[in-house]
Design a protein around this ligand. Sequence first.
Ligand SMILES: Cc1cc2nc3c(=O)[nH]c(=O)nc-3n(C[C@H](O)[C@H](O)[C@H](O)COP(=O)(O)OP(=O)(O)OC[C@H]3O[C@@H](n4cnc5c(N)ncnc54)[C@H](O)[C@@H]3O)c2cc1C
Length: 349
Amino acid sequence: MVQKATVADAVGNRANETMKPSPLRIHRPTTVEETLDLLATRGDTGKILAGGQSLIPVLNMRLAAPSDLIDITSVAGIDKLEVSGAGGSEEICVGAGVTHRRVERSADVARANPLLGEALRFVAHPAVRNRGTTVGSIAHADPNGEMPMILALTGGRIEVRSLDGERTLGAEELNVGPLETSLNSDELITRAIFPALPAGSRTGFDELARRSGDYALAGVGMILDVEGETLTGLRCGFVSVTDVPEILDLGEAVSGVGLGDGYEAADAIAEAVRDFVDPGGDIHASADYRRHLAGVIASRLFRRLCRSDGVGGCRAAADASEADSVDRKVRNAESPVETTGEDTERRRA
Ligand SMILES: Cc1cc2nc3c(=O)[nH]c(=O)nc-3n(C[C@H](O)[C@H](O)[C@H](O)COP(=O)(O)OP(=O)(O)OC[C@H]3O[C@@H](n4cnc5c(N)ncnc54)[C@H](O)[C@@H]3O)c2cc1C
């Protein structure tokens, strides 16, 4: 069903006085096909509206002025959240209508890929996560967003449809620049697919923000591969310190290092991260501070994962309990940031 209610219809002829966005038409398709038709006919002047948690502020500030909004919240079949496959081919399929909160609270997701839920708990506040969608976040391609990075770090992909057909894109093909993707204006992402993590891998995410719910000043996600007591791989992804999700592979650097030697290896990892990231500075933090912070977070996270013994960050033992969803942003913001080698030594002692 297509509703051609204009904002002016909704508020009478005082629209331009009372509404923040430019006048626009809202369409509420109920099928994917109808959505694709609308996208094809509206071209660059149409915009998909999912949870609205990023788009509505943009419209309210009149940073964009599409003539047509295509609201996909009533589209049938795109609200599925499934863990499919088995063993090594298990994967999490997140439909375009699935909110962050559903993914975060899913026990199946937590079992298959604990990193996803852990990072989601850093996305804004629960109220935003109740409306915002994980696919919308990926489409928005904000370098300060957690989900585009997690898609890249876990080797995920998206499925995209238009009237011309369907295609699949990996994170590296999707992300072109900050807030910029390779999606065409007539394309709808129907779902995002995150592979399950191999059993035994250790994963973690951490970030620092000035206030609860704020975007991170810097954030780091990590996947550590372990065989017995020995490290065999390490990949890191970053939030707020690279323009697009870029993955740093430190597999060679840590290969053969014992879990018990994690403290010693952590300083070198911090250094490698600082060399790799390329943050910009703004009123919230200078580029140097963000770079430094990324290194500190990476070193802490790495040491936590080396210590971790099956609780929390380990693939096999993750759980999505409510207790785990304490707002870690606040805890992080309140905990002192370790800044010097001397601090590190004190902690070890
Ligand atoms: C106060 C506040 C704090 C926030 N903090 C964070 C944070 O810390 N970390 C974080 O990652 N995010 C944060 N967000 C953003 C939030 O995660 C959004 O939910 C998310 O970025 C976009 O999801 P959405 O469903 O709301 O998409 P919308 O806002 O509806 O859409 C965003 C963009 O994606 C496009 N789009 C949406 N769905 C599709 C689709 N299926 N196919 C193609 N294009 C599509 C839209 O056209 C639009 O351009 C915050 C938001 C608020 C309001």
